[in-house]
Design a protein around this ligand. Structure first.
Ligand SMILES: Cc1cc2nc3c(=O)[nH]c(=O)nc-3n(C[C@H](O)[C@H](O)[C@H](O)COP(=O)(O)OP(=O)(O)OC[C@H]3O[C@@H](n4cnc5c(N)ncnc54)[C@H](O)[C@@H]3O)c2cc1C
Length: 389
């Protein structure tokens, strides 16, 4: 497939100074080496755990490349910069692995604050949160696995539902779309059910609440078709973020340990086909389902562009959004935005220590998906050369 739409490195890196370009090149060069990433992530985990003064080093390298800052205010420079190139921001409070009610409430309050803010700031039309950001993993898991909750857990679950509802309700009132991230399959069933209920409540007129389908799971298109039937019967619309999925190794490992068949597609190609088929299904049913396409894959992004063209869907149609992570695949984001498509970057923020799981996933992802890192390096190299000339 032709990729010329994404080849313009001047557009891709227009917002990067020469020194930022150098830093990005250095960073991707480092994380392309798997042993280095393994040693680096282990050392960072240890150093932060032991309160060694490494935050500054992490901040000025990986953190600043992949994150907007430690709080919302910090992110505004990046938000405004991105918006100057017509790229919107989805601020992502990326604190993970917390288990206390207070941090779940804090996350809810952050997201609600962002909804209120998004209402005033055109550059931030969408918010996001993770189910495990507002409730304990074990509760989601128990419900997904069909286990009974005890009385205390039942109270906890009611509180989780209240948090999710509070976010979706204000998003509805303020007309701000809310994306709910997809996580591990063994907790996702309960999240799917709750998100479908939120859609039934708040997506009557148009999609406000979006669930995430991870297409490395072979059952997701069937799930979407069932949800589509339910939505038609109950009279609501659907919002879907389509991604490939970020927890593949964890999924395989657990399936092997517990002795059940892995929920993951048999090959990368099977995941790609599943992703493209799911995306096609949505684009063909845009009157009922809106799409947020979260991918760094050039072929899938180009296929979406092609399908939109074939079906006469305007580039700026609000029912189709393209999304990439901050610090990755700028050549897709900025070239699509320049062409007039709706594009948003996930912009993570939070205290350095708490954002580490997110950063480690990015480092590991860029190592294991070798093709992607090499592509980033090639593009950065091409832009450095272009600037020298
Ligand atoms: C805006 C945005 C939001 C995101 N939100 C979420 C989210 O809510 N939940 C989530 O889990 N992830 C999320 N991700 C991450 C996403 O799932 C992918 O990990 C990442 O984007 C890489 O996939 P890709 O489509 O960009 O491209 P590619 O590089 O083409 O695909 C890599 C992906 O293919 C799959 N894959 C690789 N090898 C195999 C194999 N042998 N067999 C089967 N499948 C394979 C894996 O999913 C791998 O991550 C998000 C990504 C973006 C850009």
């Amino acid at each position: 497939m032709q990729t010329s739409l994404f080849e313009n490195t001047e557009t891709a890196f227009a917002l990067k100074s020469d020194s930022e370009l150098e830093r990005a090149y250095f960073l991707f060069k480092m994380i392309s080496k798997e042993p280095l990433v393994r040693i680096g992530t282990a050392a960072a985990r240890f150093a932060l755990g032991a309160n060694l003064p490494v935050e500054g080093l992490i901040r000025s390298t990986v953190f600043d490349h992949f994150c907007g800052g430690v709080n919302e205010q910090d992110c505004m420079t990046s938000v405004d910069k991105l918006y100057s190139a017509n790229v919107c921001s989805v601020l992502d409070y990326s604190v993970e692995g917390k288990e206390e009610a207070a941090s779940f409430d804090e996350c809810m309050n952050k997201v609600i604050g962002l909804v209120k803010f998004a209402d005033e700031k055109e550059a931030m039309p969408i918010v996001v949160f993770k189910p495990t950001g507002v409730g304990r993993f074990a509760i989601w898991q128990k419900l997904t696995e069909g286990e009974e909750l005890d009385a205390k857990e039942q109270v906890e679950w009611e509180r989780i539902k209240e948090r999710v509802n509070a976010i979706c309700k204000i998003a509805y009132e303020r007309d701000v779309e809310v994306l709910i991230d997809g996580e591990e399959s063994w907790m996702q069933g309960a999240a799917d059910d709750l998100v479908a209920e939120m859609m039934a409540l708040y997506n009557k007129e148009k999609p406000i609440v979006y669930n995430t389908l991870q297409c490395y799971r072979h059952d997701r298109l069937d799930y979407l078709k069932k949800l589509h039937l339910e939505a038609r019967a109950r009279g609501f619309t659907i919002g879907i973020k389509v991604v490939r999925g970020a927890y593949m190794e964890k999924e395989h490992k657990r399936a092997k340990e517990k002795g059940y068949p892995t929920p993951i597609c048999a090959s990368k190609q099977a995941t790609d086909e599943n992703f493209n088929a799911t995306m096609r299904y949505i684009i063909e049913n845009l009157n009922d389902i809106s799409l947020f396409l979260g991918t760094h894959n050039e072929d899938s992004s180009l296929l979406a562009v092609k399908l939109m063209g074939e079906m006469g869907i305007a580039k700026e149609d609000n029912r189709v959004w393209f999304g990439q992570l901050y610090g990755m695949s700028d050549h897709i984001s900025f070239n699509l935005a320049k062409e007039g498509y709706n594009v948003a970057k996930y912009l993570p923020f939070g205290p350095v220590k708490d954002v580490m799981p997110y950063l480690m996933r990015r480092a590991e992802e860029n190592t294991s998906v070798a093709g992607q890192t090499n592509r980033e390096l090639e593009l950065l190299k091409a832009e450095k050369k272009r600037r020298r000339l």
